[in-house]
Design a protein around this ligand. Structure first.
Ligand SMILES: Cc1ncc(C[n+]2csc(CCOP(=O)(O)OP(=O)(O)O)c2C)c(N)n1
Ligand SMILES: [Mg+2]
Length: 279
């Protein structure tokens, strides 16, 4: 059985994004700390991809003709697990095991977990492998696409740009790169660590069809995907400006939120700020 591109229903995507944020808080509360800001900030993108674009079969995650969603940035696994659970690829109850010894849901995603295409952790390797996957799919005559999620900090890795060159050289129109620009990396904002801007112009200069949008707006993400699909012969970069911790003001306002340590009494505040239902 195969699942074709789901009909994009904006309200449903927004609701899924909200539920995924609740899963992120749930998982993070179990370990008491972590990559909460990333999971909350990227929920809109993941909900849009999984419920508006990706052709996959939740009952058969290894379906050879599936679109690949490749998470370069292993530390964002908390967000991916929320999406995999919502999409029915892993059981919802398994989210309770996040970060525990022996769990399939390690803090950095391993490719042995259903729905995870690539073992993450070491930054700068996702786009290189995505280029290989996209090329391989084309050589095999398959219409499947590869969607890669990178981060702004990851764009400081030289291998990313070698892969970008290769993707353009091979005219990989079946390759889509989302770049999460949350203006944060482990040591603070990229502008202070090693400046990246204007990032979209760099992707353009490397030969990619490039768009820059509000990455917390599912309607804008759907529109960018629709526009990308009308451009043949080039890979597609969609640079996403996102807000870390989106939906929970307590975390949105933290100055350094790469890895958040949360006081026990703050979880109830975070949950109530997010709310039960989608806004
Ligand atoms: C090759 C490599 N170098 C360093 C690290 C350590 N590291 C883990 S996450 C991270 C920050 C990367 O930037 P970004 O993904 O933008 O950070 P975030 O937005 O999640 O704060 C770093 C340097 C790593 N995982 N791999
Ligand atoms: Mg970042």
């Amino acid at each position: 059985m195969t699942t074709l591109t789901p009909a994009a229903d904006l309200r449903q995507i927004q609701q899924r994004a909200h539920t995924m944020r609740r899963h992120v808080l749930h998982m993070a509360e179990i370990v008491g700390q972590g990559y909460v800001g990333q999971g909350l900030g990227i929920a809109d993108l993941l909900a849009t991809v999984y419920f508006g674009e990706l052709r996959h079969d939740p009952k058969n995650p290894a379906w050879p003709d599936r679109d690949r969603f490749v998470l370069s940035i292993g530390h964002y696994a908390i967000g991916l697990y929320a999406a995999l659970a919502e999409a029915g690829i892993i059981p919802l109850a398994e989210l309770d095991t996040y970060g525990a010894d022996g769990s399939r849901l390690e803090m950095s995603a391993p490719e042995t977990t259903p729905g995870v295409e690539l073992t993450g952790g070491s930054l700068g390797h996702g786009l290189t492998q995505s280029v290989g996957m996209a090329l391989g799919l084309r050589l095999d005559g398959k219409s499947a696409r590869v969607f890669n999620l990178l981060s702004d900090g990851e764009c400081q890795e030289g291998s990313t740009w070698e892969a970008a060159m290769a993707g353009a050289h091979h005219g990989l129109e079946n390759l889509f790169a989302f770049i999460d620009c949350n203006n944060q990396q482990a040591d603070g904002p990229p502008s202070k660590v090693m400046g990246l801007e204007p990032l979209h112009k760099k992707w353009e200069a490397f030969g990619w069809h490039t768009q820059r949008i509000n990455g917390n707006d599912p309607a804008a993400i759907l529109a960018a995907l629709a526009a990308a699909k009308t451009v043949p012969g080039r890979p597609h970069a969609i640079v996403l400006d996102t807000l870390m911790g989106r939906g929970v003001p307590l975390f949105e306002q933290r100055e350094k939120n790469h890895f958040i340590r949360v006081a026990p009494e703050e979880w109830a505040i975070a949950r109530s700020q997010l709310g039960e239902a989608a806004p």
